[in-house]
Design a protein around this ligand. Structure first.
Ligand SMILES: *Cc1c(COP(=O)(O)O)cnc(C)c1O
Length: 308
């Protein structure tokens, strides 16, 4: 892209080492790669998931992106920002009913030119079918389609590249990251060495099924051992507890580390617990990837239901 507004050119963000007595006592180094800082609006893993999709869309002569997501979706936010920066149109198909005032995510999307269309939860389930896409085509004309969370093969390819950067730039034994659709984890896993491990923290309730989701998205062989950790979902997607909010506040104060309540807060909380409980052995270096999503901090605490 000739004028890519930083959407394609990339410079590595900083990696921050956390300091705490319990880390010293456990003999574990904990690094956080601040990928939330790779781009001001198309941040974290969404940058890597969009990269090859934007290049493909451009090569195919598209100037409109159509995608789907929930009302607080980081992906919706990133797609609106990317389309705006490129001078393209964007359409967001949002799950559920329209509510006013708009939440900060959807307000941002509209301010960046995104057309929002709300669909019922049952219609939303059809979001990737040929029938749905042809209805969208008759309503909106020609577009490049990005599935939920931006997860497709090109997204996995982008995250594979990201993984290669990670292993070149940082020495670590265990990689920790949040898992939603599993696209990011699938991509990064393909880059890890056999002496490395990865732990994906499910942000969805009963996330055991995510192992198959990740496996189904792999394109090449994985050498590292890996698992999905399901104990830190905090009640499921878009759920949070008082303990989680407190934890995030403390990290921001003590380590100057801003976290989001949907993904990175849950993940770091889980990483702390695994280290505290001794499940991570001594002399291990853990690298947690801050996958971004800080726009979600605009969410009011009361907007996220406490788990039942
Ligand atoms: C979208 C998102 C994820 C989930 O990524 P998947 O590829 O769907 O697993 C994780 N963290 C943040 C901050 C996100 O916005």
């Amino acid at each position: 892209m000739t004028n890519d507004y930083g959407l394609i050119s990339y410079s590595s963000p900083p990696t921050q080492e956390l300091e705490a007595d319990f880390l010293e006592a456990a003999g574990v180094r904990l690094l956080v790669r601040r990928e939330d800082r790779n781009h001001p609006q198309v941040s974290g893993n969404k940058w890597w998931k969009l990269k090859h999709n934007l290049l493909r869309a451009q090569a195919l002569g598209h100037d409109t992106l159509l995608t789907v997501g929930g009302a607080y979706s980081n992906h919706i936010y990133a797609v609106a920002a990317a389309a705006h920066a490129l001078g393209w149109k964007s359409i967001g198909i949002i799950r559920g009913e329209e509510t006013w005032p708009l939440n900060p995510t959807l307000q941002f999307a509209i301010d960046h030119g995104m057309t929002l269309e709300y669909v019922s939860r049952s219609d939303y389930r059809e979001k990737a079918t040929a029938d749905f896409l042809s209805r969208m085509q008759s309503q909106f004309g020609k577009f490049y389609f990005l599935p939920e969370g931006g997860t497709n093969e090109l997204a996995v390819q982008g995250c594979h590249e990201w993984g290669e950067r990670l292993i070149q730039e940082t020495e670590f034994d265990i990689l920790c990251l949040p898992v939603g659709t599993g696209g990011t984890m699938a991509g990064i896993l393909q880059a890890l060495r056999e002496d490395q491990q990865a732990i994906g923290f499910s942000v969805l309730k009963n996330g055991t099924f995510l192992r198959e989701e990740v496996e189904g998205k792999l394109i090449s062989v994985v050498k590292a051992s890996w698992r999905i950790e399901t104990r830190f979902d905090f009640g499921g997607y878009a759920k949070a507890t008082e303990a989680l909010w407190k934890f995030m506040d403390a990290q921001e104060r003590l380590n100057r580390l801003p976290l989001d309540p949907m993904y990175t807060g849950k993940t770091l909380y889980g990483v702390f617990e695994l280290i505290r409980s001794g499940e991570i052995p001594r002399a291990t270096t853990v690298l947690m990837i801050h996958t971004g999503g800080l726009q979600g901090r605009g969410i009011n605490q009361r907007d996220l239901a406490a788990p039942r």
